[in-house]
Write a protein of this length. Structure first.
Length: 59
């Protein structure tokens, strides 16, 4: 459980920045996708920018 709201359901896959999981928003009763970012020192310089760009694209 994350933030007392999001429940991990199953791992969907992994990529360059981390893993994507299927989840459930228990407050809004809907399915969500959650990304678990891997803290790789070589990715840190532009990780925030890449994550924000990806978040906007999939929204």
């Amino acid at each position: 459980m994350i933030a007392g709201k999001y429940e991990w359901v199953r791992r969907l896959g992994s990529g360059g920045m981390g893993e994507v999981w299927a989840g459930r928003d228990r407050d809004l009763h809907r399915d969500v996708a959650m990304k678990l970012i891997v803290r790789d020192e070589s990715l840190l310089p532009d990780l925030r920018k890449r994550f924000k760009r990806e978040s906007i694209a999939v929204a």
